[in-house]
Design a binder for this molecule. Structure first.
Ligand SMILES: NC(=O)c1ccc[n+]([C@@H]2O[C@H](COP(=O)([O-])OP(=O)(O)OC[C@H]3O[C@@H](n4cnc5c(N)ncnc54)[C@H](O)[C@@H]3O)[C@@H](O)[C@H]2O)c1
Ligand SMILES: [Zn+2]
Ligand SMILES: [Zn+2]
Length: 361
């Protein structure tokens, strides 16, 4: 028997989001229905609403979530009803060429639920990142559910489902930040601040936060930034170089994802340093760089999908570190809101008023 719940949809490009009744089928083979407890508002949800990801409207938004498994379909053995889980948007397949080469975090064939959730009139919904968790319940592939300690607050746990994991992973997995490194992070929203916290956790000696908003720079300091640069008034490349003996940082993380911030990251790193792109550009963006500089500056230019995380390895580990007080994930929750407040939360995110608004159900 399918069931009906309330969920937040983006009906069309740049149209305001609204609450609708969503029809959720019973879980089929390999699927699970999860009762959502918390779901953070990520910039990627706003990208969806603005048509920046694709035009498969209507979207069922929300993808940074935790909840309790309600029911599972045939053949599901890893999770069971009653388990407290964080939802992930890269359920690895175990069989593609990346998985077979022992690099499952690159999995080229991640999967979602096969059945569709719909509106009451049968219109199929596109769940954001295959999740759709601004809803009382959602249908996912069972592999998208990662069990963690139920003692942790759902609002905190959910953040690991996207932005905070992407940021921490951009630093520790993709950037391979190590003890004593200098790191610069451009864009200090939820993702950038998580990269700062991740760099601190990894033992970086110098962490330079760059943003165009002084309020964001103040918060970045509490996350571990040792220096801050407002790139509206100061050239960030010059500033990062002068803070690193004229050399540039070992690792520069672009957590905005625009051609100009990528270019800043490219030139603000030391020779043979690493650039990590974790911010998501839109399809029309173009980058122009002298090829001789790409060659001459050496090092590596990397993209970070979901912080190159392995949910089964990284979610429980980060929850443990949080509970031991070694990384403060609760600091990312600026406010908790209801399902009806998502549009307003987008405005607050756009205005830079919040790190994370988290819908709590
Ligand atoms: N790679 C991934 O797996 C992944 C996962 C989640 C989010 N993201 C992406 O990461 C990016 C950041 O997400 P978020 O949730 O932290 O967003 P956010 O809106 O909370 O933060 C963005 C920050 O960037 C700052 N900023 C904007 N333009 C800037 C500029 N030109 N120079 C310096 N700072 C600037 C803003 O002031 C803000 O503090 C988005 O593009 C999002 O889609 C990527
Ligand atoms: Zn795979
Ligand atoms: Zn996200």
């Amino acid at each position: 028997m399918s069931q009906q719940v309330q969920g937040v949809i983006a009906p069309g490009k740049n149209e305001p989001v609204r609450i609708e009744t969503i029809v959720i089928p019973d879980p089929g083979p390999g699927e699970a229905v999860v009762k959502i407890q918390a779901c953070g508002v990520c910039h990627t949800d706003l990208h969806y609403k603005q048509g920046g990801i694709n035009d498969e409207f209507p979207f069922l938004l929300g993808h940074e979530a935790s909840g309790v498994v309600e029911s599972v379909g045939e053949g599901v053995t890893d999770v069971a009803p009653g388990d407290f889980v964080i939802l992930n948007w890269r359920a690895v397949c175990g069989q593609c060429r990346a998985c077979l080469r022992g690099r499952p975090w690159y999995c080229f064939d991640t999967h979602n639920a096969k059945q569709k959730m719909t509106l009451l009139d049968g219109t199929e919904l596109s769940p954001a990142l295959g999740i759709g968790a601004f809803a009382e319940k959602t249908l996912v592939a069972a592999g998208q559910c990662t069990k963690v300690d139920p003692e942790v607050s759902p609002a905190v746990a959910g953040l690991l489902g996207c932005g905070v994991m992407a940021g921490i992973g951009a630093a520790i997995n993709t950037g391979q930040v190590g003890r004593g490194d200098s790191v610069a992070v451009i864009g200090c929203g939820g993702v950038g601040d998580a990269a700062i916290a991740g760099a601190r956790l990894a033992g970086a000696a110098k962490i330079i936060a760059v943003d165009i908003d002084d309020r964001k720079l103040e918060t970045a300091k509490t996350m571990g930034a040792t220096h801050t640069v407002n790139s509206r008034s100061t050239d960030p490349v010059e500033a990062i170089r002068s803070l690193t003996d004229g050399n540039g940082a070992d690792v520069v993380i672009d957590a905005v994802g625009r051609p100009e911030t990528y270019q800043q990251a490219f030139y603000a790193r030391d020779l043979a340093g690493t650039v990590v792109l974790v911010g998501v550009p839109t399809p029309e963006m173009r980058l122009e760089l002298p090829l001789i500089d790409v060659f001459g500056r050496g090092g590596s230019l990397k993209s970070s999908w979901y912080g190159d995380c392995l949910p089964s390895r990284d979610f429980p580990m980060l929850i443990d570190l949080h509970q031991q007080g070694r990384i403060d994930l609760a600091a990312f929750v600026t406010e908790t809101i209801g399902l009806g407040d998502v549009e307003q939360a987008f405005a607050r995110m756009h205005d830079g008023d919040v790190l994370r608004s988290v819908v709590v159900l």
